[in-house]
Design a protein around this ligand. Structure first.
Ligand code: ZN
Length: 112
């Protein structure tokens, strides 16, 4: 697996985990199988990630300037990330910290 594929997989793993937490808590699923709407969303994200033109230079979708997601999808994803993000700290601390730093740097870039 090359670096780019690794990055893609890491991002997909993060999104999969976040949707999983959200679906289990909010939609009361068993945490193994997603409900149909979350599964559909995950399929959508997977397709967007596979088609991402900026995988090489960008860090995470949430910090990316290219908006791949359709507005209503983006809204749902952001809602899921706000809910699951803090819970991810206990599961994958390093990934979350990395994510936060990148987000912070991106936000700073916009101000400057
Ligand atoms: Zn669900």
């Amino acid at each position: 697996m090359d670096k780019l594929e690794h990055k893609r997989k890491q991002e997909l793993d993060t999104v999969t985990e976040m949707i999983g937490i959200y679906c289990r808590d909010i939609h009361k699923t068993d945490g193994i199988k997603l409900c149909p709407s979350c599964q559909e969303l995950l399929d959508y994200v997977e397709k967007r990630l596979a088609a991402c033109p900026r995988m090489e230079d960008k860090s995470f979708c949430s910090a990316c300037k290219t908006h791949c997601y359709a507005p209503h999808r983006r809204e749902i994803i952001q809602k899921i990330m706000r809910y699951s993000g803090p819970k991810m700290i206990f599961r994958s601390p390093l990934l979350v910290i990395k994510h936060k730093i990148i987000q912070w740097l991106t936000a700073r870039e916009k101000i400057l």
